[in-house]
Design a protein around this ligand. Structure first.
Ligand SMILES: CC(=O)SCCNC(=O)CCNC(=O)[C@H](O)C(C)(C)COP(=O)(O)OP(=O)(O)OC[C@H]1O[C@@H](n2cnc3c(N)ncnc32)[C@H](O)[C@@H]1OP(=O)(O)O
Ligand SMILES: O=C([O-])CC(=O)C(=O)O
Length: 382
């Protein structure tokens, strides 16, 4: 009799499991910091535009002035949506979540692209740049549709962040607001083997196409344990309503075994390295608003943070300040996770290329715990 095979060790949720190498980004646990291609994200957020960071993630190096100009020109030229896409999106039910709109749009872009199956590096670069350029146009048109407004065409004279405001609201706010938004895009751009990026890598590992990988990644990001938490944060703050209720609400929520949205992280145990920069930028938005309702909301936000750290020792993740910041910028709650996609498309695209460079099919094991093998019963007759 052959010896029974040893039961493999189970790592639920793949916690603590390293599945591959990556040269794109890393969290340095000892210093609680995050680097993109070796550069600390704090420094990138302080000194770079989102387009420079997108270039860095794509090509591995920061662009020089000519490279940046050419990258920006190509992104701006690729923005306009064709009529068929615009019509398709306009036909989706108005109750459709914006993440579903975006997921449908990416899938449709794939169906229209004659190079969909071309997995060459050049084709990947072209497709990912086109997605970077077009996703904001879809998100903005859908944002306006929810308010019964016609889409505003992209403006090629505006940068990525400014153009998004222009397409959502028909105007660009002052520099401080745009910069806060741009900082959020830089911080959201990449985070190693998070669930949505891993999803994109799993799909890519079967040698499927980039659009399929991004469509699947959008589905993974939508969930409230991942990107969907930035929307859930705002719903939660509305539910609590009053800063004086934060502690009592938290006690009740914890007693009911609810997850407190925007807190906790699989990788960071002592706080998300991106939070201090995002919180600082959000605080600036609060200060410049000079509005008692905004101050009250910010006080509630801070009160819940203090209560959660004090009660559970669990710190906020990036979704906690980003959710509030997007609300203060005037975006609908339902647009928050799609905005995350507009940024994370850069990280996903880089990971899809990296996966293909040294591909191995991703196919883990499961330990079976169902019924013993048994005979199929004879037909019951009649
Ligand atoms: C950009 C991003 O995607 S960042 C993540 C955004 N997601 C959220 O904010 C959703 C809320 N947070 C969570 O659900 C979790 O912290 C996750 C999913 C992010 C990480 O989860 P995991 O690494 O699997 O940790 P896990 O859920 O096992 O938590 C460990 C313990 O801390 C508790 N915990 C962790 N986060 C939270 C939270 N937000 N609220 C309440 N309790 C929490 C868990 O209940 C668990 O307690 P237990 O050991 O008594 O059961
Ligand atoms: O890394 C993670 O698990 C989630 C996260 O913070 C991100 O994707 O930005």
């Amino acid at each position: 009799m052959p010896a029974p095979a040893a039961t493999p060790e189970i790592h639920r949720g793949l916690a603590g499991v390293a599945v591959d190498t990556t040269a794109i980004s890393t969290v340095i646990q000892e210093t609680n910091s995050l680097t993109y291609r070796g550069y600390p994200v704090q420094d990138l957020a302080a000194r770079c535009s989102f387009e420079e960071v997108a270039y860095l993630l794509r090509y591995g190096e920061l662009p020089d002035a000519a490279e940046l100009r050419s990258f920006e020109a190509r992104e701006r030229a690729l923005r306009p949506l064709d009529r068929t896409t615009a019509e398709l999106l306009a036909r989706l039910p108005e109750t459709c979540h914006p993440m579903d709109v975006l997921r449908t749009a990416v899938s449709f872009f794939g169906s229209e692209d004659p190079t969909e199956e071309d997995g060459s590096t050049a084709a990947h670069h072209a497709k990912s740049l086109a997605l970077l350029a077009r996703l904001p146009v879809v998100v903005a048109a859908d944002h306006r549709r929810r308010h019964g407004l016609a889409p505003v065409a992209p403006d090629p004279s505006l940068g990525y962040a400014e153009n998004f405001f222009h397409m959502c609201f028909g105007s660009v706010p002052d520099r401080e607001v745009v910069r806060c938004f741009e900082v959020s895009l830089i911080l959201y751009a990449e985070h190693s083997f998070n669930a949505s990026t891993f999803t994109a890598r799993v799909v890519t590992s079967t040698l499927s196409d980039l659009y399929s990988a991004v469509t699947a990644a959008i589905g993974a990001l939508k969930g409230p344990l991942h990107g969907g938490a930035n929307e859930a944060v705002m719903h939660m703050l509305h539910e609590i309503g009053d800063p004086d209720r934060a502690e009592e609400w938290l006690e009740e929520a914890l007693a009911a075994k609810r997850k407190i949205m925007g807190f906790g992280h699989r990788v960071y145990r002592h706080g998300d390295s991106r939070v201090p920069i995002m919180q600082e930028a959000t605080d600036r938005l609060v200060a410049r608003a000079g509005d008692p309702d905004v101050t009250r909301l910010a006080t509630l936000h801070a009160a819940l943070r203090h209560a959660m750290i004090g009660r559970k020792g669990i710190h906020p993740n990036l979704d906690y300040p980003a959710g509030l910041a997007y609300h203060l910028m005037g975006f609908d709650i339902a647009a928050f996770t799609p905005i995350f996609v507009m940024s994370r498309i850069t990280g996903w695209s880089a990971h899809i290329s990296e996966q293909l460079e040294h591909n191995a099919l991703i196919r883990p094991l499961g330990v079976y715990n169902g019924p013993e093998q048994r005979a199929v019963p004879p037909p019951s007759g009649g």
